[in-house]
Design a protein around this ligand. Structure first.
Ligand code: SF4
Ligand code: SF4
Length: 137
């Protein structure tokens, strides 16, 4: 994590219809949960998967790749891509995304190998997973 310069958070498009993304952003700036090991000067961006089945990730990652290349000296190995907790866990909004492997495949095919599952971690959802009310993966 210490060698990373850029963090991308991909969020569930369906969930984002009723979530501002505040908790993910807050967690990133506070360096908590899945972001606790990043340096202070790491940049960040978030966008959604584009909707089921996640195919839209391809063009968004492609666009980001071009912008990074043309505007920064950051290379792909210095980028961490977080798949938000609302995509990767069973949680208040919905269960784990059924297209997650496909989305990971798209990201890896574009040459980004640092994929992290999770972002902000809800204490309530963690408790409910512990109690077996939500699924655990
Ligand atoms: S993990 Fe939570 S805060 Fe982040 S995008 Fe999903 S629902 Fe919103
Ligand atoms: S592909 Fe997955 S992450 Fe994207 S909108 Fe559908 S359920 Fe959500």
């Amino acid at each position: 994590m210490m060698d990373k310069k850029y963090v991308v958070i991909i969020q569930c498009d369906l969930t984002h219809n009723r979530c501002s993304g505040f908790a993910c952003t807050h967690s990133f700036y506070k360096r908590t949960d899945k972001f606790k090991n990043y340096n202070e000067d790491v940049q960040y961006i978030s966008f959604t998967c584009g909707g089921c089945c996640g195919k839209g990730v391809s063009s968004k990652i492609e666009h980001l790749m071009k912008k990074l290349k043309n505007n920064t000296d950051i290379d792909k190995e210095e980028v961490s891509i977080h798949l938000s907790s609302c995509m990767t866990t069973d949680n208040y909004h919905a269960d784990r995304c059924p297209h997650l492997d496909y989305i990971k495949y798209i990201i890896e095919k574009k040459g980004f190998n640092n994929i992290v599952e999770g972002s902000y971690i809800s204490k309530t959802s963690t408790q409910l997973r512990g109690e077996g009310i939500y699924n655990t993966y």
